[in-house]
Design a protein around this ligand. Sequence first.
Ligand SMILES: Cc1cc2nc3c(=O)[nH]c(=O)nc-3n(C[C@H](O)[C@H](O)[C@H](O)COP(=O)(O)OP(=O)(O)OC[C@H]3O[C@@H](n4cnc5c(N)ncnc54)[C@H](O)[C@@H]3O)c2cc1C
Length: 291
Amino acid sequence: MMKEFDYLKPSTLNGAHNLLVKHKREAYIFNGGTDLIVRMREEITNPNVVIDIKGIENLHEISYKNKECLSVGACVKLSEIPKYKDVTEKYAILTEAIHNIGSIQLRNRATMTGNICNASPLADSATPLLVLDAKIVIYGKEGLKRVLVKDFITGVRKTILETGEIVTAIEIPIYEKPIIGLFQKMSRRKMVDLSTVCGTVARINGEIRVALGAVSPTPVRGVKTEAFLRGKVLTDEVIREAGEIIVTDISPISDIRASKEYRLDMAKLIVKRGLVHIREGQLNWGEQSEA
Ligand SMILES: Cc1cc2nc3c(=O)[nH]c(=O)nc-3n(C[C@H](O)[C@H](O)[C@H](O)COP(=O)(O)OP(=O)(O)OC[C@H]3O[C@@H](n4cnc5c(N)ncnc54)[C@H](O)[C@@H]3O)c2cc1C
């Protein structure tokens, strides 16, 4: 049975910060609640105080800031993101990942910030955000600071957030050239299922970037695979080799969803399919020589 708790709904960021500082580890931030409430019902997380941040008006904003980035406020629902201006055109890898999170009902409640703060290794929005070099905006005692997604998630359900800190937005850089890329998700069911393996392969600013989820304690960039691909033309042989190198970037485990061996195979497949997609995209854009 869910433990009794106090529900507090501050209307300012500073008010939320002060409550978090006052109640320390007793308090949890409540955003869409689709992770938190499940964990509370299952008595994995047992807060004495739940701080609902949805009363803080400016956390609901989504906008392009100074032509530099798309800023997605912490309380913007997943379903609102693809509908905003030309987000789907600019960041198809991200909107594809969002469409793959849960169901319509879930996406109408859940947020991208919650998906990242929950710090699950299989968070579907994490791999597109990793390749896009997105930044997490954090409000704390020293005001605002920005941290790359890759430095924000530090372990299974662990982030760098300290007592009193609140994520206010996720900022995604605007890239001049169109991004060619593919988000892929392998799961036991086609819909409303968590990823067995997920990943994003994209060509951004002329370089190929790779990120995978559910194959390491945190979603990860394929650093060695990216280094191998730098400056190379995507021949069949290069794509095959990249599909082998990716296994050195990850450390999957066996669990209820899949074996380690299956995850290794799916990781290879995600990388190879992604690279073939980029090669075809380049041909369409007439850019084959610019791998
Ligand atoms: C049926 C079902 C299906 C699902 N399917 C998927 C799926 O396919 N893919 C997937 O990736 N996930 C899935 N999830 C998990 C979940 O829905 C997502 O992770 C969702 O994006 C979480 O967002 P939220 O706003 O509901 O977070 P919440 O539950 O409100 O919060 C999650 C965690 O982040 C913290 N937090 C939230 N906002 C902030 C903030 N601003 N600053 C600091 N900390 C914060 C909370 O304290 C909590 O610990 C599913 C969940 C359910 C119940």
